[in-house]
Ligand binder design. Structure first.
Ligand SMILES: *[C@@H]1O[C@H](CO)[C@@H](O)[C@H](O)[C@H]1NC(C)=O
Ligand SMILES: *[C@@H]1O[C@H](CO)[C@@H](O)[C@H](O)[C@H]1NC(C)=O
Ligand SMILES: *[C@@H]1O[C@H](CO)[C@@H](O)[C@H](O)[C@H]1NC(C)=O
Ligand SMILES: *[C@@H]1O[C@H](CO)[C@@H](O)[C@H](O)[C@H]1NC(C)=O
Ligand SMILES: *[C@@H]1O[C@H](CO)[C@@H](O)[C@H](O)[C@H]1NC(C)=O
Ligand SMILES: *[C@@H]1O[C@H](CO)[C@@H](O)[C@H](O)[C@H]1NC(C)=O
Length: 630
């Protein structure tokens, strides 16, 4: 049965449809006869609503059951509708258990209908009973249904958000599956598009293909309805919040029970609809010929955050300098909490950051003193409402090439991480006080898979836009990487002029190593992050900074001891890379800015303590180091 190309079926579409009966349409009619025979007697209730529908659409002035039936068969208008509603309602993916509270729906829509009594309302995913109720609560409106073929069963969330795609188009051109479009007459428009959304409320409800399909369809209908400066509203009936970056809460006009009324910013929505449906394609091609740039530069900024420890101050200073060295003149904003001293704040300011003081946010599900206990502080980025767009960057990365073009992208634009998730190390966000509220409201309910902000944000923003890995390239070698793959990566780290846009320093940070080599080599847990080429790339940026800024990158006594500890462990294990054999020439070894400079004595002390507790093989890791707060 050729359902997928069934012609349009807005309720006032009858004449046109009578005139143009395509083959597929006839197939549907044949089917309807069956439906009629089966359902005619038992579906009295829904037929009654159909009658109401017919009356309100003023198609018939005289109504007898026989005439009615003939009408059904000749025009096939309503039975077709009935069949498609209630039949397709059986697709479990699209069934919504949301209880429609008509009083709430009415309250939500009241103000809209007050201004315009003859509203044109388009319904998506409501069944025939509910269609009748719509006509009853708003008797003067034109209520019609918009048909939507359901997505193919083969379209699953991992199909829309594959872990890997061939970004460089070496062997294939990635492509997304396509969703059926909402069927509307050409030129049809609505004042209100009402959509009933499913929501299971169990974990993962926000990664639901039908939910996404319905919301994208509502967005398309809204955009198609926007001629001139006509106001278009979208009303969702759903137990869970709609996609927050497609229907942002700042456009939420009213929220009653499970009825959510939005007045979308249609210009923004139109642009979002141009993006691929998922991360199955790049939202920005890697080798784009031309790139879009945004308009209001004053309302755009790079931002990062430092909290709980000062280890990353040097990293943030160098990151800022790398942005300037790459040619960007945008504002730089850094959020810091009160663990960052005045001295450090002055350094950050000297590097170009505008410093904003924040209170950190605790993950209520984190263990006390866990390394990621305060990572939810990142949510404060959404409070930077004097900017429209923020490119967030972690403090442990370098911008090698200007990425200002990302400001033209919507929230959330990011690189892929693993599974269906994005990496929150580089992301475009749109500050908004109510989005911040949304993030805070679910803090007790949503569990982050890794206890960090990345896991949490991925539960809220499941609809995200993929940019090439080159815009947040992780310094990391997989165990399974071939020698060839490793060589290729290494080449990327070192290329001059740079090939990568952003290089993300995972593992032990370059400024916490001696400059001679990547100290990840000497640490058993961290060797997958070791790259001397990437390491020296960082030092190149460092060396271009003014001396004053470099002084924020000195090594603390304790860190020197930690590095030597790791080195001795590597020596004991006789690691074949042999980095532990090298003599340290880094002048920072001999430079001390603390009262206590005798790092060797720390090492003796450790030697005894470590002997008893074998469980701490990594004294140079930031986590361990941050135990000694400044
Ligand atoms: C439509 O949905 C409502 C609520 O889920 C249900 O009570 C009603 O029976 C459904 N009507 C039909 C015709 O399936
Ligand atoms: C990948 O993502 C899943 C969440 O879907 C998570 O549970 C898992 O730990 C992640 N794996 C790695 C290697 O990060
Ligand atoms: C967001 O809230 C802050 C206060 O918490 C306020 O100063 C700011 O003006 C608000 N921004 C907008 C756009 O309303
Ligand atoms: C949490 O924040 C710390 C320090 O800012 C960072 O090193 C770590 O990677 C973050 N962890 C997660 C899981 O996001
Ligand atoms: C390291 O320094 C020592 C003494 O300063 C010297 O004997 C040794 O040859 C040096 N090793 C290397 C690899 O340069
Ligand atoms: C330290 O460990 C070694 C074996 O690894 C053992 O011979 C020695 O007695 C231990 N020393 C102390 C002080 O516990």
């Amino acid at each position: 049965m050729e359902q997928r190309h069934r012609p349009a079926a807005a309720a006032d579409d009858t004449t046109k449809r009578r005139a143009t009966k395509s083959k597929s349409f006839k197939d549907v009619e044949n089917y309807e006869v069956l439906v009629l025979e089966k359902n005619c007697g038992c579906k009295f209730k829904s037929l009654r609503y159909l009658l109401i529908a017919i009356v309100s659409a003023t198609f018939l002035t005289l109504l007898t059951p026989t005439l009615y039936e003939r009408q059904l068969q000749s025009s096939s208008r309503y039975v077709d509708v009935d069949w498609i509603w209630d039949k397709t309602g059986a697709d479990p993916r699209y069934v919504s258990s949301a209880d429609v509270q008509w009083a709430d729906v009415y309250t939500a829509i009241e103000d809209v209908s007050a201004g315009n009594r003859e509203l044109k309302i388009g319904l998506l995913n409501f069944n025939s009973t509910e269609y009748g109720s719509w006509s009853r609560i708003l008797p003067e409106s034109h209520v019609s249904i918009v048909r939507l073929e359901h997505a193919k069963d083969s379209i699953t969330w991992p199909k829309l958000y594959p872990e890997w795609i061939d970004e460089e188009e070496e062997s294939e051109i990635p492509s997304c599956p396509s969703f059926p479009e909402p069927n509307g007459r050409r030129g049809a428009w609505f004042d209100v598009i009402a959509v009933k959304l499913p929501c299971t409320r169990v974990a993962g409800w926000s990664r639901d293909v039908a939910r996404l399909h319905l919301q994208l369809s509502a967005a398309k209908l809204a955009v198609a309805s926007s001629r001139g400066n006509r106001k278009v509203h979208v009303l969702f009936v759903t137990d869970c919040f709609p996609i927050p970056n497609l229907f942002p809460c700042k456009n939420l006009v009213k929220h009653e029970g499970n009825a959510w009324l939005y007045r979308p910013d249609l210009k923004a929505v139109r642009e979002k609809l141009r993006l691929p449906v998922g991360s199955c394609e790049l939202a920005i091609p890697l080798k784009a010929k031309a790139r879009l740039f945004s308009v209001d530069r004053r309302r755009e900024a790079y931002a990062t955050i430092l909290h709980s420890a000062s280890e990353y101050v040097c990293g943030a200073i160098t990151a800022a300098q790398s942005i300037r060295q790459a040619g960007s003149t945008r504002d730089l904003v850094i959020l810091v909490d009160n663990t960052i001293s005045d001295h450090h704040r002055r350094g950050l300011e000297a590097a170009g950051w505008k410093v904003r003081i924040i209170e950190r946010i605790r993950n209520p599900k984190a263990e006390r003193d866990a390394y990621n206990e305060w990572n939810y502080s990142k949510f404060r980025l959404w409070q930077l409402t004097d900017y429209d767009k923020i490119i967030f960057i972690d403090a442990d990365l370098l911008i090698l090439r200007n990425v200002d073009f990302l400001f033209a992208m919507p929230e959330i634009t990011a690189t892929g991480n693993n599974a269906t998730l994005f990496n929150s190390g580089v992301m475009v966000i749109e500050p908004s006080n109510c989005t911040f509220q949304l993030l805070m409201e679910h803090i007790n309910e949503i569990t982050s898979y890794n206890g960090g902000d990345q896991g949490y944000l991925n539960e809220i923003f499941t609809w995200w836009h993929r940019i090439p890995k080159h815009m947040n390239f992780l310094k990391h070698f997989w165990e399974g990487d071939s020698e060839e793959a490793k060589a290729k990566k290494t080449q990327l780290f070192g290329a001059d002029p740079p090939n990568l846009y952003v290089l993300h320093y995972l593992g032990l940070k370059p400024w916490l190593c001696f400059r001679d080599y990547d100290c990840n080599w000497n640490n058993f847990m961290m060797r997958e992050f070791a790259s001397d080429v990437a390491h020296s790339r960082w030092w190149k940026t460092h060396d271009k900074m003014p001396r004053k800024l470099q002084s924020y990158c000195l090594l603390r006594t304790r860190q020197k001891a930690g590095l030597e500890w790791d080195r001795r462990q590597a020596e004991k294990a006789n690691l074949e890379d042999g980095h532990w054999r090298r003599n340290i020439t880094d002048p920072r070894l001999k430079t001390c800015f603390e009262k206590f400079c005798f790092w060797e004595s720390m090492l003796w002390h450790w030697g005894e303590a470590k002997n008893q507790t074998k469980s701490n093989p990594a004294p140079a890791t930031p986590a361990t180091m941050s135990l000694s707060s400044s």
